[in-house]
Design a protein around this ligand. Structure first.
Ligand SMILES: Cc1ncc(COP(=O)(O)O)c(C=O)c1O
Length: 411
């Protein structure tokens, strides 16, 4: 009789992991207070309170709360004046928003490879792609693990480039004691429902520059100026304002965030110590300059050869069958996404660009390996479980390894 749950055997666990999102009376009261205040949008105090609190939490001077992480990225790029003919270097292993926002402002995303050991943008690949048109680097702190900011800042300095951090998965993450987001010029965070702090949807921009703050503030508020009249529109903005309900939820969520982050870190370290002993499983490398990991994702590397040649998706399905909600994550590098085709004329072949960008020849080996063969994820809520829950995760890996003959060669 089969042992593996994928083949009809008994699963390692039938219990669910902690439910996500988490809320309590705190969120219910916060929402009720907003309802009763009569200010559900403009005129309320929660948005401003959240902006100040979150920016300070990220060691930034200013925060602008918006509708999503995507919006936060787009406004940041626009505030920096990026547009026609400008190239922005982005990683190939990330969510689609990282690149589409560059296209939204009519600039050109140039895809860099990732470091095979951290899955973050590889500064060596970035350097090789810098051209006279490059204006910015857009690193992503993937899964909550800060990118190599020392190397990126030094490239930015040398070539006079902006850095916009996609910190949409990295609340509270730290590089050498400094929280991410405003290490470069501007940074974007997401509060979409899977995220470690959530209001269903939402985002925030952080910066230390007063000038960029005023521009981004205006862009998220129909082009108004902080001291200007209501019907006076200076910049090409629109309504991207966060609601009072979202801000109230986020203020409540922040109260339990540090405790949750500590738990995720503790459990991730435990998983690292045990899973790294299994031949064919490698947790991503933690750079010693990272002083705090946000663990939005627990990403690990899977070597099919050590697992009877099964594909990463079969391994994910085998884990799921054992009761562990593993995911294949990004399954193709971002430069292969069909949406890029929609930008073929403008901006990718725009006369202002002076040449034509064709992504069909792009090949970033580390990103391709991560997507096609190697990179698997456990979601953040798994890391909120108990030590027994982590032992179940480890048992599931070991069980699959020990009974690999049952699924060897499956794709
Ligand atoms: C790396 C990254 N960038 C940008 C975003 C966009 O955030 P949102 O979904 O809030 O627009 C996400 C969200 O999943 C993300 O993971």
């Amino acid at each position: 009789m089969a042992k593996l749950a994928l083949k009809g055997g008994e699963p390692v666990r039938k219990k669910p992991f902690p439910k996500w999102p988490i809320f309590s009376e705190r969120e219910m009261k916060a929402l009720k207070d907003v309802l009763e205040s009569g200010f559900w949008g403009v005129g309320g105090s929660r948005k401003k309170e959240f902006e100040e609190k979150f920016a300070a939490y990220q060691h930034a001077k200013y925060g602008i709360a918006v509708t999503s992480g995507t919006t936060a990225l787009e406004i940041s790029l626009r505030a920096l004046g990026l547009g026609c003919g400008d190239e922005v270097i982005v990683p190939s292993y990330t969510f689609m928003a990282t690149a589409i926002t560059v296209l939204y402002v009519n600039a050109i995303p140039v895809f860099a490879d990732i470091d095979p050991e951290t899955y973050n943008i590889d500064p060596k690949s970035v350097e090789a792609l810098i051209s006279e048109r490059t204006k910015a680097i857009l690193p992503v702190h993937i899964g909550g693990r800060p990118a190599d900011m020392d190397a990126l800042l030094s490239l930015a300095k040398k070539h006079d480039l902006y850095i916009v951090e996609d910190a949409c998965q990295a609340w509270g993450a730290e590089w050498k004691g400094l929280r991410v987001g405003a290490i470069g010029e501007m940074g974007a965070f997401s509060f979409q429902s899977s995220k470690n702090i959530t209001s269903g949807e939402g985002g925030i921009i952080v910066t230390n520059s007063e000038d960029l703050y005023v521009k981004a503030w205006s862009l998220h508020n129909c082009g108004r100026m902080p001291q200007g009249a209501w019907y006076e529109h200076h910049l090409p903005g629109a309504n991207y304002r966060m609601t009072e309900f979202q801000a109230a939820m986020l203020l409540a969520q922040m109260e339990r965030f540090d405790e949750q982050t500590e738990k995720r870190i503790e459990n991730a370290r435990y998983l690292n110590s045990k899973l790294s002993k299994i031949d064919g499983i490698k947790p991503l490398k933690d750079d010693e300059r990272i002083t705090r990991h946000a663990y939005h994702l627990y990403i690990f590397r899977f070597n099919p050869e050590a697992f009877g040649g099964i594909s990463k998706s079969t391994f994910a399905r085998a884990l799921q069958a054992e009761g562990v909600p593993a995911s294949v994550g990004y399954s193709r590098p971002l430069y292969k996404e069909p949406y890029l085709e929609y930008f073929k004329k403008c901006p990718l072949s725009c006369p202002h660009y002076g040449k034509s960008m064709d992504y069909s020849n792009v090949k970033m080996p580390a990103a391709e390996k991560a997507c096609y063969n190697e990179g698997l994820w456990l979601p953040q809520y798994v890391l909120l479980g108990s030590r027994d829950d982590m032992d179940d995760v480890i048992s599931a890996f070991e069980k699959i390894k020990g009974n690999i003959d049952e699924i060897a060669g499956e794709n």
